[in-house]
Design a protein around this ligand. Structure first.
Ligand code: ADP
Length: 246
């Protein structure tokens, strides 16, 4: 499969501390990947770099078949180029219905320069139905987002991100705070999302990573420590040392 994201030789220093240290790895088109690592490993900083929030001191982050260097683009242009990010806490509009939330997301995507004059067309209503179906919220469209469960809010926010038609979705600890059935739905959702776009899941919860059954990248001190299946990386003595803090 062709490469979608290529991170090469990226370093970031905060006040003399190297949070990301010559980081290199790549994500293929349509791949599901879990990024794990102990606290402070650089997982959040990695997502901040790819989305343009943090500018590295060196390196390149190439995206898509034209190898656009994301480090040259603003945060807004990176999002428009096809990188979506799901933060840990859901940020939906609680007083609006599920359908209205999805409509707002669609409007923001369709008409960044003409938001005030935009009116939904029949195709937009159809798209909203599709987005709701994709995240499993078809029967919740008329409900206020504030009435949804924690898990449903997370799925709604993923649906809102899908309105941007991302080719790469970065998802931060998607199962945190979820009930058992919600976690199962989230696993299925991420696996199914990765059929039509690449999905990178940053996660602490090993049981959840195991269910994703995907390739895993272990970060430590801002570099890749190990890569492969979860069984492969967790059998690696260096990974065991890092996780047991030896
Ligand atoms: P993770 O998400 O894996 O827990 P982070 O990317 O948040 O790790 O952090 C990596 C390292 O960089 C940590 O040691 C953290 O304290 C440090 N760090 C992150 N952001 C900043 C910042 N803005 N200023 C100073 N240090 C930072």
């Amino acid at each position: 499969m062709s490469t979608l994201l290529e991170v090469s030789g990226v370093s970031v220093t905060f006040d003399g501390f190297r949070a990301i240290n010559n980081l290199s790895f790549s994500i293929a088109e349509g791949e599901l990947r879990a990024v794990i690592g102990p606290n402070g490993a650089g997982k959040t900083t990695f997502m901040d770099i790819v989305t343009g929030k943090t500018r590295p001191d060196s390196g390149r982050v190439l995206f898509g078949e034209k190898s656009v260097d994301l480090l040259r683009l603003s945060e807004a242009r990176i999002a428009r180029a096809g990188v979506g990010r799901k933060f840990q806490r859901p940020t939906v509009f609680e007083d609006q219905t599920v359908a209205e939330n999805l409509m707002l997301a669609l409007r923001a995507h369709r008409a960044p320069w003409r938001v005030l004059f935009w009116r939904p067309k029949p195709a937009d209503h159809a798209r909203i139905a599709e987005l709701a179906a994709e995240v499993g919220l078809s029967d919740q469209l008329p409900r206020k987002a504030g009435e949804l469960s924690h898990g449903q809010k997370q799925w709604l926010e993923i649906g809102m991100l899908l309105a941007q038609e991302p080719r790469l979705l970065l998802v931060d600890e998607p199962a945190a705070g979820m009930t058992g059935p919600e976690r199962e739905h989230t696993t299925d959702l991420l696996v199914s999302l990765a059929r039509s776009r690449a999905v990178v899941v940053v996660e602490h919860d090993m049981e959840f990573v195991r269910r994703l059954a995907c390739k895993v990248t272990v970060l430590h001190e801002g570099s890749v420590l190990a890569e492969g299946s979860l069984d492969h990386v967790t059998a690696n003595p260096a990974v065991i040392d890092v996780y047991l803090g030896r």
